[in-house]
Design a protein around this ligand. Sequence first.
Ligand code: GAL
Length: 839
Amino acid sequence: MGSRVLIENLPRGNFCTLLLVLWVCAVTASVTYDHKAIVVNGQRRILISGSIHYPRSTPEMWPDLIQKAKDGGLDVIQTYVFWNGHEPSPGKYYFEDRYDLVKFIKLVQQAGLYVHLRIGPYICAEWNFGGFPVWLKYVPGIAFRTDNEPFKAAMQKFTEKIVSIMKEEKLFQTQGGPIIMSQIENEYGPVEWEIGAPGKAYTKWFSQMAVGLDTGVPWIMCKQQDTPDPLIDTCNGYYCENFTPNKKYKPKMWTENWTGWYTEFGGAVPRRPAEDMAFSVARFVQNGGSFVNYYMYHGGTNFDRTSSGLFIATSYDYDGPIDEYGLLNEPKWGHLRDLHKAIKLCEPALVSVDPTVTWPGNNLEVHVFKTSGACAAFLANYDTKSSASVKFGNGQYDLPPWSISILPDCKTAVFNTARLGAQSSLMKMTAVNSAFDWQSYNEEPASSNEDDSLTAYALWEQINVTRDSTDYLWYMTDVNIDANEGFIKNGQSPVLTVMSAGHVLHVLINDQLSGTVYGGLDSHKLTFSDSVKLRVGNNKISLLSIAVGLPNVGPHFETWNAGVLGPVTLKGLNEGTRDLSKQKWSYKIGLKGEALNLNTVSGSSSVEWVQGSLLAKQQPLAWYKTTFSTPAGNDPLALDMISMGKGQAWINGRSIGRHWPGYIARGNCGDCYYAGTYTDKKCRTNCGEPSQRWYHIPRSWLNPSGNYLVVFEEWGGDPTGITLVKRTTASVCADIYQGQPTLKNRQMLDSGKVVRPKAHLWCPPGKNISQIKFASYGLPQGTCGNFREGSCHAHKSYDAPQKNCIGKQSCLVTVAPEVFGGDPCPGIAKKLSLEALCG
Ligand code: GAL
């Protein structure tokens, strides 16, 4: 009514203007799709997207991460929505600090990028409980992710809550905001396949529920073939070129191109070569793909206790193009940036036609997108060992193994996926403070006489008791030993056996640690079985059961148990084996130090700390505290926890996550050649070393001085070995082939100049190149950090790099014989390898 009055009252000229505005808005603010692509404002788009999960960094880091994503050539930032962070208890919402979703989206908008909002609210993501709040498990009658009324009601309520906030803040594209797509559920296909009819009914329900929310932008569902219209089914994986959506009129989209993989405590650290990443994307695009998302573009950190079981590490670096600390992971970031530029040059042709495909030879494939006005070609060599030379048009193109060259004008190769034009960086962790003045306090084992301890004639499941408010639950019972017991005389101690559903267990006899066991990566379950020292009379058996995150994936993961479920037996008594499982057990939730808030300055004054010669070392269940000043500069900071075992750490009361450097990465890391199908078992690092040694401290959590650092150590460690380190670039390298495609080619060809690739080196802001550590034009070998001269080497290899680069923040060195005093081996294809130090 109001708007009609308004329109009727407008003078005629203004009325026309209004109509025009309305019409323009209707045309500009729309997101639809067809068989080729997502159509934004009437235009088909090739969209490059990257995952950045807002709670895995700090609001202070967000602008820089988003800018680096933009500079890396992204159009879209993709994030999940983290239900358990937003609704810690039913109906009590939290959207502050790292969970300030609206702020994050608005920052993306300010940078001029789009958002893909994966609401889930099941998100998997190696995030505690797959994003579900723990209280959800205790809603009567609930079963997760199936046709279950209590679950559906909760899921709908939260999904509606998020959509309504987005609408209120005008964040959907049709309202002028950046969100161009949403996602409901996550990889539900395999679950539906397993559970059948109720799964199908659930799919039907949630897809209708989502569409009914009327967001104005498309919904997608990943990894679910039977995705109903109008939702779009999308692909997740290391390669998706062969994926086809379930309807001809839907675009081919890739929601998760894994840039590496997550790290588990006890596992090696996965790395995925930049060449293979670029290859997978080029292959997808040449096969008609129009949306690619890097999962993760910035992985970040699992602060607090947000990482999930099976033993997901605190670092969620993922080998993303931006590393855990927010620094560029080179050459991955730069190589993908170059790839994105090359793809964008092809965009007009890519969105207009389907390709013509030809096969000029074994393992060779050519894709041509040709319209009346544009032509783009992708030349591919799938052979994992041999290079190939392909004739195309009037040209001849050299293709390294497992690579694709991109020709945005069907003539000029501007990029090859296996030829890095971008520099590589070697990062280092340098100690800035190792002289902490530590004080310690020994956590007292719980006692069953405390007022608030719970008792039962049964062994309780852990999460049911703690509701995940803490990792720790004490199980305590008494064992009476008669003076007539045979073992007292024959000295053969009885054997205590404890079966636990996980994840870590300390066994204490009369308050003395008797042993520690923990689960493995394949199973959380563990068994303690060892002889124990018992005395005549009453003995106190205390089992400290420690959870390391709730599962995030797997069939009915909400039903998985943790804690000491039994049986618990004592063998070797006169009576034979005594079953302790059904005797009286007392329970104590959490540690005393947690209850006293020892992680805060005010809480810490409630206990007596000791220092100097009394400082606890290699002592299980010990609290440590110290203070330190913030080092100058902007380099990211971390704690080197190499001397510690397992526990948690806090800075100024805020949790930087669980540490577990005592869990050594098992397995064989092997070598890493980029060519050939990648799996998360290929190219790993850290075998035989801690899975995670360094723990990120966000700079924004620090004050100039008096920062309060608290470490709780479960296993026993030496805090004097803890070091505050900063992360910096040790050196930067270039490795450029003389004839390799380069993005400069296109402009240079257009202007009639000769094309010669250049090595480009640059140091982070504020740093200059101080030394050329290695330079060889010829046939150098090795990789950044261990280059060496090969059989052919120009003696003047150092001259040009030294002249062009020393004292500069960035420099260029042309890869051509005359630059290095002549051709050291005529007739042979040469390259230039450079390593420079940033000072
Ligand atoms: C996918 C899942 C993501 C994440 C990933 C592994 O299957 O959708 O949420 O868990 O695996 O990092």
